[in-house]
Design a protein around this ligand. Structure first.
Ligand code: ATP
Length: 198
């Protein structure tokens, strides 16, 4: 079940063309690093691959089928740099984390999520604490691909290491495909099976 962007072009109404004839394939178990200067369109490509935006030209295919044909939880999930933009501010974390279905206690433990945090609202957690919930939610069993857009850029080194350990273990155990966006080339070298410049 490969994830493919085929000859994608995209433009924002006010900005003009951002991506022109871009192709990218991620296979199960692959960890592809997406590198490129600021403003090149890395986040935009992730949004297209996750189905948040539609390309003006080209297609996003999962296992050869357009992503839009899949029903229920999308098998391609995006994890954002700023987790506060990815959770409902009015929901307690215990409700947000279960939006994609029940979450395994072992996963919450591996992410060092303290039981008391579940009762809190997003504004009552730090960015690193909140990001752990976003990762737990993104690792729902139906998910096959994770698009990790600068997911640890604002975190301290210990939290970064904990989060990447969990993501890499899950990716290996479940043969998930990962697309990893980062400006940190050393991080990409360490994490990725290959790097694709944009
Ligand atoms: N909603 C939007 N409307 C108009 N222009 C946008 C929108 N979102 C992004 N852009 C523009 O599209 C271009 C690509 O943005 P994008 O966030 O995809 O780049 P990026 O490579 O991820 O950048 P960075 O490395 O700085 O995060 C930028 O010039 C940005 O200003």
């Amino acid at each position: 079940m490969s994830l493919e962007a085929k000859h994608i072009s995209f433009r924002y109404r006010k900005k003009g063309t951002v991506l022109e004839n871009v192709s990218l394939t991620v296979e199960p178990g692959e960890r592809v690093g997406l590198a490129g200067p600021s403003g090149r369109g890395k986040t935009t490509l992730c949004k297209l691959l996750a189905g948040y935006q539609r390309p003006a030209k080209g297609q996003v295919l999962l296992d050869g089928r357009p992503l839009g044909e899949y029903r229920g939880l999308c098998p391609v999930q995006m994890i954002w740099q700023h987790p506060e933009t990815a959770v409902d501010p009015l929901l307690r974390l215990k409700d947000s984390v279960h939006e994609a279905g029940p979450v395994d206690q072992a996963l919450l433990d591996a992410l060092h999520i303290q039981p008391g945090w579940l009762e809190r609202y997003p504004a009552e957690l730090s960015g690193g604490e909140l990001q752990r919930f976003c990762i737990a939610r993104a690792l729902a069993p139906e998910v096959k691909y994770l698009l990790c857009d600068e997911v640890t850029a604002m975190l301290d080194p210990i939290t970064q290491a904990q989060i990447w350990n969990v993501l890499l273990e899950a990716a290996q155990a479940r043969q998930l495909g990962l697309l990893i966006v980062s400006h940190d080339s050393a991080l990409l070298e360490r994490l990725c099976t290959r790097i694709q410049p944009l």
